[in-house]
Write a protein that binds this ligand. Structure first.
Ligand code: PA5
Length: 438
């Protein structure tokens, strides 16, 4: 019933005593996080959120809204960017929408007219519901997308009906989106104050879209609650979130400046994107930080695999592995008697793979994972392996929370504020001043 962090494939790079040496520092960081005395301590409300989630999250309201949308919508549009959308997309694409889910489409995460046109075209003749999500209420990409969709919805359904189909997830008091929602009478969900975008997947930001896809959000929150328990132990050797944070920090000190998050499941792509945002935006500041990237194996073994095995040695990898999943057995091939002169044994083994007949794909994938981790380790790439018992909403909630806790500790180990993002202002201001001139 646990998440495990295994660092056997780091042993050529990290010795036990090096990890043990982090105990005192981790104790101090634990205190800073839990007593809210560290950098950015006004943005730590996600920490205890899973404990009494029934009190802090409007679970019943979210479930009711989701049920209403599921019963009426053909398409559910999620408009948001960064922390206001990636978590929901990660969960939905990883856990897969159920048969009663409307099609879920995403807008507001870029400015590409080709993509927006395609989404608009796909709404024609269909029942559409919209969730616009923005904590600040004024981010350029979702604001432009929402203006475009408002115009579509009002034209298509009329102003009154459009209003009933739009839900705004935003700050409880501030921002243009809040003001607009109040004026138009949209249903609203509140993003709690002390929770930044990339730490918000377990708030209404992520939970409404996730519930619309058919996931049991209580299971997800229960998983996060378990993660709270597991990661609230101050002792480094008993706390997987702190072990992961300390291992990453040791590897960085040894020149491993790039971390690749590896998964063996193409549905986990957005989970990798979520992780990338969480760690990249939290750690990359003050000239510091590990550069987070991701790879999808075995697919990328046929592209990035070459670099990982033999390129510049600035890399380490973290593989997330699920012990069980919906499986499939490799079938046999039927011998057709009608084929004159056919040789049965040759025909059945013409791809040379009969020895794997009857074996499970999960097991084949597992051997690919084990073989790859070992080979990359021989090539000079340390590997951390994070494993979870099975693919479901409970363990995804647990994993989300595990990474958030680990990220907070990682930021404090680096000496940065893991909850702000001052560096995104430079490009924003520059883009806005150009837009004022077109
Ligand atoms: O993690 C963050 O804080 C950011 O990625 C934000 O979520 C992102 O910029 C979107 O901001 P907002 O929700 O204010 O539109």
């Amino acid at each position: 019933e646990r998440i495990e962090v295994n660092w056997n494939y780091c042993s050529d790079f990290i010795k036990n005593h090096e990890l043990d040496a982090y105990q005192a520092k981790i104790h101090q960081i634990h205190e800073q996080i839990h007593e809210k005395t560290g950098l950015g301590n006004d943005a730590l409300d996600w920490l205890e959120l899973p404990l009494n989630y029934e009190q802090s999250i409007p679970v019943t309201k979210i479930k009711e809204l989701a049920e209403n949308i599921r019963s009426k919508a053909d398409v559910f549009l999620v408009i948001g960017v960064g922390g206001s959308y990636i978590g929901a997309r990660a969960a939905i694409e990883f856990l897969r929408p159920d048969n009663n889910s409307p099609e879920i489409l995403y807008l507001g995460h870029h400015l590409s007219p080709r993509y927006i046109n395609e989404v608009l075209a796909s709404l024609e003749g269909r029942q559409v519901f919209v969730n616009v999500i923005s904590k600040s209420g004024g981010t350029l990409e979702p604001s432009l997308a929402f203006r475009t969709i408002r115009s579509f919805m009002e034209e298509r359904f009329g102003k009154d009906e459009a209003r009933r189909r739009i839900i705004a997830t935003t700050d409880g008091e501030k921002g243009k989106l809040k003001a607009l929602a109040d004026k138009e009478g949209y249903e609203t969900l509140v993003i709690p104050d002390g929770i930044g975008g990339r730490y918000s997947v377990l708030t209404p930001v992520g939970l409404l879209p996730i519930a619309v896809s058919g996931v049991n959000i209580k299971d997800m929150l229960n998983g996060a609650q378990k993660a709270y328990e597991i990661t609230s132990i101050p002792d480094l050797d008993k706390n997987p979130a702190y072990i992961y944070a300390a291992l990453r920090h040791i590897l960085l000190q040894k020149g491993k400046q790039t971390e690749i998050l590896v998964t063996y499941d193409p549905f986990a792509g957005y989970l990798g994107e979520w992780w990338k945002q969480l760690f990249g935006e939290s750690e990359g500041k003050d000239g510091k930080g590990i550069f987070p990237t991701r790879a999808d194996f075995t697919t990328d073994l046929h592209s990035l695999g070459q670099y990982i095995q033999e390129g510049s040695r600035h890399l380490f990898a973290t593989t997330v592995w699920w012990e069980t999943e919906d499986d499939l057995v490799l079938p046999g091939l039927n011998y057709s008697r009608g084929e004159e002169g056919d040789n049965k044994s040759n025909h059945e083994n013409d791809d040379g793979l009969t020895y794997l007949q009857g074996k499970s794909f999960h097991e084949i994938n597992r051997q690919a994972f084990l073989g790859t981790v070992q080979a990359h380790n021989w090539g000079g790439v340390p590997n951390i392996v994070i494993s979870l018992p099975e693919i479901n909403s409970y363990y995804l909630g647990l994993l989300f929370y595990f990474f958030m806790k680990s990220c907070a500790a990682s930021g404090y180990l680096l000496g940065v504020n893991p909850f702000n993002q001052p560096g995104v202002e430079a490009y924003k201001q520059n883009v806005l001043s150009r837009l004022e001139q077109i």
